[in-house]
Design a binder for this molecule. Structure first.
Ligand code: DX5
Ligand code: ZN
Length: 221
């Protein structure tokens, strides 16, 4: 497995040219496509459903698609997104009554499974699910919108989760989403993260490759 993964969030892409823009960011060196699903209920925003994911696959997008479900209830969308071409599906514990069942549902549909913790969600949510997750995603902002600032206490949370992952010795990805930029990615990596979602930092720049290269340079230092 490659050590660091850069996952641009297409929430900040040009929705009127989604296929083209997604391919462009992959050509610029992205590893994974981060796909934010918001329902105007669990979070105060409304974005893309499974048809968009399928449309990207039909357009020819081959890269892993990392679906971040900010919806409640969540179970009904899991099989639908798996069929639509999701590679990983990550869910928030607050969005399901039966977290273990929802994680198992993701696995049963052939995807890897992630758990997402909001800035104020305690780490004990991980206690009984670590054997079922492939990704732990820590939010660096409150979910709902791109372009917010990274909440600094996330760094200590990353360190604590990194320790837990190292203790159990399973290959669990530690992904950070929200407020990731060229100037803080190195610090976030030093705290223990190895997968980085960036929306506005990449899609807000005129040249995606310049930003992704700059992020990789920071990660190499
Ligand atoms: C927020 C989303 C993020 C968001 C990140 O709810 O989950 O993926 O798009 O955007 P930036 O990188 O702009 O903070
Ligand atoms: Zn996200």
């Amino acid at each position: 497995m490659k050590n660091y993964l850069i996952a641009p969030s297409i929430l900040s892409a040009n929705f009127a040219k989604l296929g083209e823009d997604t391919q462009k960011v992959l050509n610029a060196g992205a590893d994974v496509i981060h796909f934010d699903v918001m329902d105007n209920h669990y979070v105060p925003n409304l974005t893309m459903g499974p048809m968009f994911c399928k449309a990207l696959r039909d357009y020819g997008i081959m890269a892993p698609i990392d679906v971040h479900l900010m919806v409640s209830p969540v179970d009904e969308l899991i099989p639908t997104f798996a069929k639509a071409g999701a590679s990983n599906i990550s869910i928030h514990p607050e969005a399901t009554l039966h977290l273990d069942r929802s994680l198992q549902l993701i696995k049963d549909h052939g995807c890897t499974a992630g758990i997402v913790l909001n800035p104020a969600t305690p780490l004990n949510c991980l206690d009984y699910v670590l054997d079922k997750v492939d990704i732990i995603l820590l939010m660096g902002v409150n979910p709902g919108f791109g372009g917010q600032s990274f909440i600094p206490h996330t760094l200590s949370k990353i360190k604590q989760v990194r320790e837990r992952i190292d203790q159990i010795g399973r290959d669990i990805r530690l992904e950070i989403d929200g407020g990731v930029k060229v100037d803080n990615i190195a610090e976030i990596a030093r705290a223990g993260a190895n997968m980085f979602v960036a929306g506005s930092a990449i899609f807000g720049a005129p040249d995606y490759k310049t930003v992704i290269d700059a992020m990789r340079l920071q990660l190499a230092m």
